[in-house]
Design a protein around this ligand. Structure first.
Ligand SMILES: [Zn+2]
Length: 346
């Protein structure tokens, strides 16, 4: 029988931490690296194999191997044990019930409710300026978060609803949504908490301000911002969360509008037009949901032949003028193929 003590005794803690993307350097009997639980430039994350725990002197994160896996992989106790090779899940489950929580931080199941619009006295996020956000899942503050983008979602009147931030991490970028939430004791703060469904489109204020303009739907806030600058004849919009976010978005503001879709080349076509998977199941894209919302017309810009992932921001970065972009788009625009939208249209 394998029990939790055996899992912990057997695990190579340093190897486990490094496998989760934390580079470690020797420092006496311990190992140090950049903390994966908060943003930092000099290492304060210590791994102490002899004692079987990790500890961050910066943010106070403190876990054994199981807790570390739970926090890093966002999995429950049983899954973490399983990942660490604990085969007797029955015994592990029993221990999980009996033992105190291994996570030494505040419990994760507190209820925080997003408040929209954001009150005027809440601090605003500004690119390059450090802010603090409450990490609900991990039950801790994320201090010194300096986003490289802070894209504000607004209601039709321009009132702030929340942000999608872009944060450059050592192992790549993340684009978390932050909402202003009220906690269980009435305290209010920015939280790493998705917008409630259905989620607002980006640029609702532009859609409202240009009620007769054609709508250009691009993928991602950067493209929407760049596109709005380059093509002022359009109301430019997008949805949050990329391909996985399509089904969460509220496309009802597109009702009665003439909509043009600009998918990222190759990568973004499925999100825009939907796709049918190997088992014949239709995964609805923006096109299907826009039709369901009652658009007046729907067209798509054919981005075939452009480099993978190429988008309007790339066109601008490549030096295309607004006129060139408009002419190119005009030469490429066509009616949306209806084959994949028949379920909605039927
Ligand atoms: Zn830390």
């Amino acid at each position: 029988m394998i029990n939790v003590e055996q899992i912990l005794a057997r695990v190579d803690l340093a190897e486990l931490v490094e496998r989760h993307g934390v580079q470690l350097a020797k420092s006496g009997k311990e190992l140090v690296g950049l903390c994966p639980f908060h943003s930092e430039r000099s290492p304060s994350f210590n791994v102490v194999p002899a004692k079987g725990f990790v500890h961050c002197f910066g943010c106070g994160a403190h876990y054994d191997a199981i807790g570390f896996v739970m926090a890093m992989d966002d999995v429950d106790f049983i899954t973490a044990c399983h990942q660490l090779g604990g085969h007797d899940m029955g015994a592990a489950a029993k221990r999980a019930v009996q033992s105190a929580p291994r996570r030494l931080d505040r419990p994760r199941d507190e209820l925080w409710i997003p408040i929209c619009p954001v009150p005027d006295d809440a601090p605003r996020w500004i690119p390059g300026v450090k802010g603090t956000v409450w990490n609900l899942k991990r039950g801790r503050w994320w201090e010194g978060l300096a986003p490289t983008r802070a894209d504000a979602y607004r209601d039709p009147d321009g009132a702030l609803l929340g942000y999608v931030l872009r944060v450059d991490m050592p192992d790549g970028k993340i684009t978390p949504a932050v909402t202003w939430c009220i906690g269980p004791r009435g305290e209010a703060r920015w939280c790493l908490q998705p917008f409630p469904d259905p989620r607002p489109l980006f640029g609702l204020d532009a859609l409202a301000a240009k009620p007769d303009a054609p709508v250009l739907m691009v993928e991602g806030e950067k493209c929407a911002t760049v596109g709005a600058g380059a093509l002022p004849m359009y109301a430019v919009t997008t949805w949050m969360g990329g391909s996985h976010g399509v089904k969460h978005a509220d496309f009802s503001p597109l009702e009665g509008r003439d909509v043009v879709l600009w998918p990222d080349a190759l990568d973004g076509v499925g999100a825009m037009l939907g796709y049918i998977d190997g088992s014949g199941l239709l995964h609805e894209g923006v096109a299907q949901l826009a039709y369901a919302a009652g658009v007046r017309s729907l067209r798509v810009i054919d981005t075939n032949g452009m480099p993978k992932g190429w988008d309007i921001a790339d066109a601008v970065a490549d030096g295309w003028t607004a006129k060139q972009i408009a002419l190119w788009a005009k030469s490429r625009v066509k009616a949306v193929e209806m084959a994949e939208t028949r379920r909605v249209m039927a």
